[in-house]
Design a protein around this ligand. Sequence first.
Ligand code: ATP
Ligand code: MG
Length: 358
Amino acid sequence: MQTFRIAAIPADGVGREVVAAGREVLDALASASKSASDFAFDWTEFDWGCDHYHRTGRMMAEDGLDRLKEFDAIYFGAVGWPSVPDHISLWGLRLAVCQGFDQWANVRPVRFLPGVTSPLRKAAEVPLDWVVVRENSEGEYAGLGGRNLAARGPGSEVAIQSSLFTEAGCERIIRYAFELAATRERKHVTSVTKSNAQQFGMVLWDDVFRRVAAEYPHIESDSCLVDAMAARFVLRPEDLSVVVASNLHADILSDLGSALAGSLGLAASANYNPERRFPSMFEPVHGSAPDIAGQGVANPIGAIGSAALMLGHLGLPAEAARVDRAIEATTAAGVLPRDLGGTASTQEITLAVIDSLG
Ligand code: ATP
Ligand code: MG
């Protein structure tokens, strides 16, 4: 019997509700596992997040990364609450883990589910199936810059927010996108930048993209400016497969993608440390949704889909596919949460997914 040690960090708001849902699905899967492929999850839950910040002045324990290092994976909810400035909660926990564990590849699939209505007119004809690959270690989220640099009095403050693009950082994420495209039916990579206006880092990215693309002649590729890409997501989504972009651009585009798929609550994501030197982290794309937190109505599908990505990472691809099929069976049967126009609670959807595990 294989036991996986998982660190659960539900953190804030609906993060707690959807992490509980994902854990129920994974435990149901493990207890139903056949003897040949027996596995179990050994969960350790960490109560880090905004409440922890109010109690201790820190979003996570000071030795948090040391404590997380030994786990096979991290299952994360969502971070942020109105009582804590967003940049403090984000940097104090989520980005601390992503950057501390060099989880440089953030993979965010966008998929239409049966029984879910997309706001996109084309969705009926074109079954969208993309993956947004987000550079997750540098770019616009490098944390470089400062405030007050030239403040000489009220109204004269200057702030600088720099982006960092390294050739090695661009190359590893672009190569990751091509390797991922090679495993997919539609072998196509689209690179997104704003290199007409941002003439240093993003031009470096373009140069690296051209060089790496030449090494993969059997994979089609193209480049697109991010503003045009936002329009293309809506108007011409059918020719996309893998979309690779910088930290900021991919963050924005993956929210757009999940909204096109029906709701932000559907989108799953994995923050990989591809070298496996550190644990990878699996989390829904959405935030803590304070407007609906604590009501039992959050859509758990993004979190359950993230649990499926975690299963794949742990070497259980057949179990991952089982969870994905159970999600599809649930939405196809019309068991939909409020954000998708239904009435099912978080718990009802979770139980429907468990019932459909087959
Ligand atoms: P972050 O900065 O952490 O990404 P955010 O400020 O972008 O957070 P979210 O917390 O993701 O915002 O919420 C955006 C909207 O989407 C809110 O109206 C919220 O209710 C809705 N939403 C987010 N997650 C879910 C979910 N799991 N189920 C239903 N609705 C959700
Ligand atoms: Mg957001």
